[in-house]
Design a protein around this ligand. Structure first.
Ligand SMILES: NC(=O)c1ccc[n+]([C@@H]2O[C@H](COP(=O)([O-])OP(=O)(O)OC[C@H]3O[C@@H](n4cnc5c(N)ncnc54)[C@H](OP(=O)(O)O)[C@@H]3O)[C@@H](O)[C@H]2O)c1
Length: 268
């Protein structure tokens, strides 16, 4: 099956392309680096020709509120238009567990807009909601800095390894469209402040992490269980302590992407 992976050069996209190829599929990594741009439309018609499935694991290069919204709206609209013209039978997109409850966050307003466009489109779809990636924990610290300390709400979450995210998305991509949401998550629950503290310690990052019940998660107020998946979530296998000992944890993922993100690094 020809499967086009939009954002195929990214953290999840590159792992996804490898997994799909290992399963014998013709997986194409598409992104601006390979001449495919969902904002301008460049390369979309060509790459989608003959594709059965398109998987969108792209992310906005800027995290500034208006820019994120514009990215996900423009990109998704273009992608769905070109997919319809090419006769693509299944649109798969990666989003985040709890997205619909996080509209106070500019980033999540972008994801909500993306999901709405997908639901309104005529193309059969599956939206994969993943929990936070282990690889994102340092980025989460970076976007949660107040003064010289990291302020995070001590709420529950169930993060997962990027490798398991890619496996979960691959499984959905080769299956029939669910025309709804599939949740995927890690095998263990933690408190957000606790795990970010452990991650920073592993990176020898000296910043202090404060458990602050009034702190926001990426600009949104969250409750004890807002970030948790439902009971039907498919769980990845990788435990945090094992991931921390693996080569995957050696990359802190620092990549400032815009003026607005100058104080942050990699985000969701
Ligand atoms: N981080 C988390 O904890 C988390 C949790 C759940 C879900 N998610 C979701 O996971 C998705 C993927 O995240 P990630 O960390 O794997 O992303 P990433 O590593 O930042 O990769 C982003 C990808 O998007 C591509 N891209 C950027 N602009 C594009 C454009 N105009 N046209 C086509 N492709 C474009 C990039 O291509 P180039 O390399 O060519 O620039 C790159 O391949 C995101 O949608 C995010 O919302 C994240």
């Amino acid at each position: 099956m020809k499967i086009v992976v939009i954002g195929g050069s990214g953290l999840i996209g590159s792992k996804l392309v490898t997994k799909l190829r290992e399963q014998g599929h013709e997986a194409i990594a598409a992104s601006p680096n390979s001449g495919v741009n969902t904002i301008t439309g460049e390369g979309l018609a060509g790459v989608l020709k003959g594709a059965a499935v398109a998987v969108d694991v792209s992310n906005s290069p800027s995290w500034e509120d208006a820019a994120v919204l514009k990215f996900f709206e423009t990109s998704t609209r273009n992608l769905l238009t070109y997919e319809a013209a090419a006769g693509v039978k299944h649109h798969v997109a990666l989003s985040v567990v709890g997205t619909d409850q996080l509209s106070e966050s500019g980033y999540f307003r972008g994801k909500i807009a993306q999901e709405l466009l997908i639901k309104e489109s005529s193309i059969p779809h599956s939206i994969v909601h993943a929990t936070q990636f282990f690889e994102f924990l340092k980025g989460l610290a970076d976007i949660s800095v107040e003064g010289d300390k990291v302020h995070l709400p001590p709420v529950l979450f169930q993060p997962m390894a990027a490798e398991d995210v890619a496996s979960g998305v691959a499984r959905v991509a080769v299956g029939p469209p669910v025309n709804g949401i599939v949740e995927i998550a890690g095998p263990e629950q933690f408190r957000v402040d606790e795990l970010v503290r452990r991650r920073l310690a592993s990176l020898k990052d000296p910043r202090e992490v404060i458990a602050d019940p009034h702190a926001r998660y990426d600009g949104a107020e969250v409750g004890e269980r807002t970030l948790l998946p439902g009971k039907d979530a498919r769980l990845g296998e990788t435990r945090f302590a094992d991931w921390l000992r693996s080569p995957a944890s050696q990359i802190p993922r620092a990549k400032p992407q815009s003026a607005a993100a100058a104080t942050a690094t990699k985000r969701a």
